[in-house]
Design a protein around this ligand. Structure first.
Ligand code: UD1
Ligand code: CA
Length: 456
């Protein structure tokens, strides 16, 4: 088979974004745009992926890592000049080259494959991916001759009134005969409104030289969206969100309001899980079957098993086993590890702690740097005092203990199994198995104190 190369254009600064963040790193559904593009190129089984990077290159390279080769475009002199930077890597190679812009995050691998197939069937030197746009503003227009064959592409800024009225646009994705591409790039000039070397000019040059040039029109024109500013970025997010949510619903997940549910691309969710509005599921989160994720919950990089209920809570880098429930308004910070049937109620914060099966922490409690066993009841207002101002210390509480309300456990400390701690205790020493620990001042009642009160 003909080898296939992808050149990803990602060197433009993205002036129209008005951002300190490099354009192609702006996230769509939580993933940098260029990440989506490279995902699709990989899925379309390219033999090589070469990304053209410029200012801020380190960040793009850092993000994509080994998934791509890189060439640097020192100055952003236009899209043709950008492709030209890959000359050393590709120019003498026989094969098909797809050029993809790093700012078209909605493009799919299916489309790339269809474009390549169309290109090969037509034995074309160049095939451009086009789309009909209700509002073509900002895109290059595809100019066809009387026979309907593609003649050239004209940029908005160079278009005559007649050309500007054309609604067929260049999506910025192309398929080229690799050797023809690099031979033609040398001939592209920059006498145009923007003084740039335009890649689409390759089409006209090839055609004038008698090569077959072709166009493949997108069925799903949403894929054409090129993100140049924040308005388009929001639109790309909207479309990507709809796609992701649609796929989950088809897989058996109930999403109450798909317009207001924000699930990132790599999240996995099991069937019969119900998700209420304004939920954010981020990063590499994995959610099992039969879960309930209530309104306003935010879950990032966590593993949640089956039958778990989460109400208006925030979960980060944590694991939750079957049948546990959390919230409303609790916060699992990184390193929380909840075993089966744990109950975490209102206003509880947990950090770097394992909580054993069937343990209950119902209200207003902080648990940090701790190991809790099974069947423990942690009373309201308990604080695991883990920090002495300099170092963090660990507390261990073993099975079947009952910790009274408003207890302070000053770590390092161990509470053995089957113990009781009286409410209001400040525990500084280990508690032996089966003991009751009371650590608070005795109550004193001053008789007849009332008569001494100044206002009497
Ligand atoms: C480009 C096309 C336009 C098409 C549109 C589709 C040209 C001249 N115009 O316009 O016909 O309708 O895409 O979205 O190609 N880049 C570089 N180096 C440069 C310039 C750009 O790497 O010197 C990269 C950018 O990072 C970006 C891509 O190429 O990812 C496209 O550049 P951009 O400036 O966004 O082109 P458009 O004006 O959108
Ligand atoms: Ca663009």
């Amino acid at each position: 088979m003909n080898p296939k190369y992808a050149v990803v254009l990602a060197a433009g600064q993205g002036t129209r974004m008005k951002s300190k963040l490099y354009k192609v790193l702006h996230p769509v559904a939580g993933k940098p745009m260029v990440g989506h593009v490279v995902d699709q190129a990989e899925e379309a089984k390219m033999d090589r992926i070469v990304t053209v990077v410029g200012v801020g290159a380190e960040k793009v390279q850092e993000y994509l890592g080994e998934r791509s080769e890189y060439v640097i475009q020192e100055e952003q002199l236009g899209t043709a000049h950008a492709v030209m930077q890959a000359k050393e890597q590709l120019a003498d190679k026989q094969g098909t080259t797809l050029v993809i812009c790093g700012d078209t995050p909605l493009l799919t691998a299916d489309t790339l494959n269809q474009l390549a197939m169309h290109h090969e069937m037509n034995k074309a030197k160049a095939t451009v991916l086009t789309a009909y746009a209700q509002d073509p503003t900002g895109y290059g227009r595809v100019i066809r001759g009387e026979s309907g064959a593609v003649e050239k592409i004209v940029e908005q800024k160079d278009a005559s009134t007649e050309e500007a009225a054309v609604k067929e646009i260049n999506t910025g994705t192309y398929c080229f005969d690799n050797e023809a591409l690099f031979a033609t790039l040398e001939k592209v000039g920059n006498e145009n409104a923007q003084g740039e070397y335009y890649l689409p000019d390759v089409i006209e040059i090839l055609k004038n030289e008698g090569g077959i040039v072709s166009a493949y029109q997108l069925e799903n024109k949403e894929e054409a969206l090129g993100v140049n500013d924040r308005v388009a970025l929001a639109e790309a997010n909207r479309v990507m969100r709809a796609r992701i949510n649609h796929a989950h619903m088809k897989n058996g997940v109930s999403i109450i309001d798909p317009v207001a549910t924000y699930i990132e691309r790599d999240v996995q969710i099991g069937a019969d899980t119900v998700i209420e509005p304004n939920v954010y599921l981020k990063g590499k989160t994995l959610i099992g079957e039969d879960c309930f994720i209530g309104a306003h919950s935010v879950i990032r990089d966590s593993r949640i098993a089956n039958g778990v209920s989460i109400t208006s809570s925030t979960i980060e880098e944590s694991t939750i086993a079957n049948g546990s429930d959390i919230g409303p308004n609790s916060h699992l910070r990184p390193g929380s590890d909840l075993k089966e049937d744990v109950h975490i109620g209102n206003y509880v914060e947990i950090k770097k702690a394992s909580i054993g099966k069937n343990t209950k922490i119902g209200h207003l409690t902080y648990v940090g740097d701790a190991e809790l066993g099974e069947n423990i009841n942690v009373g309201c207002g308990t604080v695991f005092v883990n920090y002495d101002g300099k170092d963090k210390h660990k507390a261990i509480v073993k099975d079947n203990s009952f910790i009274g309300c408003n207890t302070n456990l000053i770590a390092p400390v161990t509470v053995e199994e089957n113990t009781y701690i009286a409410a209001g205790s400040t525990i500084t020493d280990n508690v032996p198995s089966k003991a009751l620990a009371i650590a608070r001042a005795r109550q004193v009642n001053k008789e007849d104190y009332f008569k001494n009160m100044p206002h009497k």
